[in-house]
Structures are given as structure tokens and as C-alpha cells.
Design a protein around this ligand. Structure first.
Ligand code: AHR
Length: 503
């Protein structure tokens, strides 16, 4: 009875604390302080008024910090919009708000190489994951395959079998079944050094390295060489699929004991425990954590996954459930909600359009008459009806995300503009997730006054429709491929949307 009362008192005071405190204040109250606190959306300490993240501007390579708008407040995304206007920006650093200085930056090559020329991973587009916090637009970290952040020289994170806690808020609808969208504790050399050398939250729908109930996505633990939904090898049906748009995920561990917890980040006042029990066999007890921090990749830099991260912390010590419940109550009060993905002159679903390359002339994006190739064709009213149709596209709701658009060929029903190897072609919709995402583009502002619009791929958020040597690609401004060159980017990646030549 006395114990019960004590825990009631603890729960009540933790809930009261949640009103005026942010997640790391609450963990501190619970005597499990944050040793890493990352967020591009808001402060995680009521007293924090410094930089949340750094963006790099692709036009000139310069960087700026995005700070909180006020102490304990949300990100000053307006400064990002001003700084990045007319070009593209990436998130080059996610600052650690804790006193430990565990900032995250572009992940180096490890057991697997990233897509950049020197084998590093990509950084996230600064505009891939707009989100509302109590009605104000800020940005999350949109991880496309090949994107990853890491810190190898760390301060204060758990090593070996020391207790630790982790929570993160993710987009519950941006996932895939590839390895490994992780946030947490991993190897210091980016190599797979064996079972138990990492302990991160994993979020996604991989089937085969361990999984939960239904079709996913699942919150699991990446403990190295396996994603764990419990302590049994393979399926552990106790862990549910998570149906929420905004997900709070927790993985925490202490000697021979660990838990997976979750919540609807936007509305739940507490978390649910999905698993609690002993460590898996075969090298996971005791744990051999190394203490590095990863985001968006596996321990050995496996970088084929997708996901969106908004905020997260790692703690010293194993947090009490009631403390995490208070953290969740604070997350709910932050008011995570869906923001519009497009940001430019409206391109209306149902209309028929043609894409003029740049601002003037008669060069249009068109498919070849007898093949799916897409290239730039010269089209005027004097062209044949077939040639005009090949340059005309019906605007559809995005196949891969309803907040963006897909473009269906006027003369080939069911055929859409998509990228393959990042080159555009017109292909029949095969119904796969890959096709739907390859065929989904968000209409944005044209660059630096060129054209009316640019078209950003939803799945690879740093990549836009871009003319190069007469063909059209899904290119990134200064990325590793030839067609990613910065030279002439603003003109090559800006389009004037006009009424379709044919309907
Ligand atoms: O444990 C799953 C993955 O396996 C790890 O993230 C990676 O290091 C290894 O390939």
C-alpha cells in the first residue's frame, strides 16, 4: 500500500512537472539526465535557447544555425526559409542540447559506404519533413535511403552494460523494410563489431530480422545483428504494429532487463509498454555498447532505410515508466500535426499541364512517341496531335503521398512520370511502393525567380526534376552524380507550368 501511494505521488508530481518542463527537464527530475538531446523542431529543455541545427546552402556552401525562437521554444524555421530562399539547403548538423556536446553530423563510411563520392552518407533536405507544432511550421529530418548522421567521439553515453534510455518522435507513415532506421547507441567505428554492441530504437517494417504483430511498422531495438521485438529469436507477436501518424518510441535497457514502449505522439498522455523482459540470448547479455550515436542508419552504416525524425534523447540511467509518461504528456502538448508538403504556385489536381523547361522558349518535358524515355522536346502549336499529347500530363494526387502530386500521361492512361536510377521515364504504374514513391513530386517555388515551380521528389527529398544534356533527371544540387552538377542549377531545375498542349 505504502509503495502504491509512493508511486501515485511520483506519477502525480511527474505529471505536474510536465506542464512547465520539457523532456530533458523531466528526465533530470527522474535522476536519469539526458546525455544527448536532438531535435530540429523544438527545445528539449525549458532553459535551452541555443542552436537546434545547422543548414548548409547548396548555392554557395555557406552554413547558418537555426535557433529556437525563444528559450524553451520551437525552431525559427522562418530564418531557414529566408536563408535558403531561391536555392536548396541540407541539414548539416543536429546539435546536442545537453551539456555533453554530442552533435550529429553527416555519417562517415563504415561497413557499408554511403552514396557520396567519398563514401559518406547524404544529409537530409532541410525541407523534406515540414510539420506543425501547435500550428507553427517547423521541419523534421527526412531520411531517404543513403541519408545518415553519426557521432563517434561521444561524451557520457552508456557503454557496456550500463543502463540507458532513449525516446524519439517519428513520422509513423514514412518507413520501409530495409536496414535500418535507427536512433541511439552504436559502434564507434561504424563496423559491425558483434551482438550487443549497439542498442538503438529501430522503426520500420523489416520482416526477417525480427518483427512484431501484423504488417508493421514496429518499434524494435537494434541490438546488432538483429532487430528485437522481444527476447525471443524471430517473431515476437507481443509488439503491435503502430498505426499513428506521429509515433513516440522508447527503447531502454539495464543489466538483463529492457523494454520497448510506444505512444501516439500527438495525443496520448502516457506510453504503453509493448515489451518488458530479459535480454536475448547469444551475446546480448551482458551488453557491450560502444556509446557512439547514430540516426537513420544501422550500426555498420547500413543506409537503405527511410524514416522521419523530429526529436529524441538518450539518457544516463534507466528511466522510470512514470517519467517517460510525463515526457509523453509534454510531447502531446507540443501539438505535432501534419503540415502542407508543397510550397509554391498551386498545381491543381485534375488539371492538364505541360512543363516548359526554364522560363521561355519552346522546350518541354515529353515522352518519346514509342517509348517511355523522357527528354526535352521542342513543341509549338504547329506540332502534330501526337507530339502535343506526349508533352501533356494529367495532374493526379500523389501516388506515394497524397500531400504531393503524380503526373499521368495524357495519351497512355496508367503511365506516370517516375524516376529510375534517378532518370525520368514514363512507366505503367505497377502498384509497388517503389513505383508510387518514384512517381510522387511536390510542387515547390521555382529557384531564384526562374520558372513558376520546381518539382521535388517526395521520397528523395533533396532531388528535383532537372534538365541535363537534353534528358530529365531527379537531381540534387551538387550531389555525387554528373547530372547533379551545381552548374546552371536554378535554370535547369525550374519549370514554367502552362496549360497542357492536349487534354
Ligand atoms: O542489427 C541489424 C543491423 O545489422 C545493424 O544495424 C547493422 O550494423 C548490421 O548489419
Amino acid at each position: 500500500m505504502a509503495l502504491h501511494l509512493l508511486s501515485l505521488v511520483a506519477t502525480a508530481s511527474a505529471a505536474a512537472l510536465a506542464k512547465n518542463s520539457l523532456p530533458c527537464d523531466i528526465y533530470e527530475f527522474g535522476e536519469t539526465p539526458c546525455v544527448a538531446a536532438h531535435s530540429t523542431t523544438r527545445a528539449l529543455y525549458a532553459n535551452y535557447g541555443g542552436p537546434l541545427y545547422q543548414v548548409v546552402r547548396d548555392s554557395d556552401g555557406s552554413t547558418t544555425n537555426i535557433n529556437t525562437k525563444s528559450r524553451g521554444g520551437i525552431a525559427d524555421s522562418g530564418w531557414q526559409d529566408t536563408w535558403c530562399a531561391g536555392t536548396t539547403c541540407g541539414i548539416s548538423m543536429i546539435y546536442d542540447q545537453s551539456p555533453r556536446g554530442n552533435h550529429l553530423s553527416r555519417a562517415p563510411p563504415g561497413g557499408f559506404k554511403g552514396p557520396e563520392l567519398n563514401g559518406t552518407d547524404n544529409i537530409a533536405s532541410a525541407v523534406g519533413a515540414p510539420v506543425l507544432l501547435n500550428g507553427n511550421r517547423v521541419y523534421g529530418v527526412f531520411v531517404s535511403p543513403g541519408t545518415g548522421y553519426r557521432r563517434e567521439e561521444v561524451n557520457g553515453t552508456a557503454v557496456g552494460d550500463e543502463p540507458q534510455g532513449i525516446y524519439a518522435v517519428f513520422d509513423g507513415t514514412h518507413t520501409n523494410n530495409q536496414c535500418c532506421f535507427d536512433y541511439g547507441n552504436a559502434e564507434t567505428n561504424a563496423l559491425d563489431t558483434g551482438n550487443g554492441h549497439m542498442e538503438t530504437i529501430y522503426f520500420g517494417d523489416i520482416n526477417g530480422m525480427g518483427n512484431g504483430k501484423g504488417n508493421g511498422p514496429w518499434i524494435m531495438a537494434d541490438l546488432e545483428n538483429g532487430l528485437w521485438a522481444g527476447s525471443k529469436e524471430g517473431n515476437d507477436p507481443g509488439v503491435p504494429s503502430v498505426p499513428f501518424r506521429f509515433v513516440t518510441a522508447v527503447v531502454k535497457g539495464e543489466p538483463n532487463h529492457w523494454s520497448i514502449r510506444g505512444a501516439n505522439a500527438a495525443s496520448d498522455r502516457a506510453m504503453s509498454t509493448y515489451f518488458e523482459g530479459e535480454r536475448p540470448k547469444n551475446g546480448y547479455n551482458p551488453m557491450k555498447r560502444e556509446g557512439a550515436i547514430i540516426l537513420g542508419i544501422g550500426g555498420d552504416n547500413s543506409d537503405w532505410s527511410q524514416g522521419t525524425f523530429y526529436e529524441g534523447c538518450m539518457t544516463e540511467g534507466y528511466p522510470d515508466d512514470s517519467i517517460e509518461d510525463a515526457v509523453q504528456a509534454n510531447i502531446a502538448s507540443a501539438g505535432y500535426d501534419i503540415a502542407p508538403l508543397m510550397d509554391g504556385p498551386k498545381v491543381s489536381v485534375g488539371s492538364t499541364i505541360s512543363f516548359r523547361a526554364g522560363t521561355s522558349g519552346n522546350n518541354y518535358l515529353a515522352h518519346d512517341p514509342h517509348a517511355g524515355n523522357i527528354s526535352i522536346h521542342t513543341v509549338t502549336n504547329g506540332n502534330s496531335a501526337d507530339e502535343k499529347k506526349a508533352a501533356s500530363w494529367r495532374v493526379r494526387t500523389g501516388l506515394g503521398n497524397a500531400g504531393c502530386l503524380s503526373f499521368e500521361s495524357v495519351d497512355r492512361a496508367g503511365t506516370f512520370i517516375r524516376h529510375s536510377g534517378f532518370k525520368l521515364q514514363a512507366d505503367k504504374n505497377d502498384g509497388t511502393k517503389l513505383f508510387r514513391e518514384d512517381a510522387t513530386y511536390c510542387a515547390m517555388q521555382g529557384f531564384s525567380g526562374e520558372g513558376t515551380n520546381s518539382f521535388r521528389n517526395w521520397g528523395y527529398a533533396a532531388r528535383y526534376f532537372r534538365v541535363y544534356n537534353g534528358f530529365v533527371y531527379t537531381a540534387s544540387n551538387g550531389g555525387p552524380r554528373e547530372f547533379d552538377t551545381k552548374v546552371n542549377w536554378n535554370n535547369d531545375a525550374s519549370w514554367t507550368v502552362v496549360d497542357g498542349f492536349a487534354s
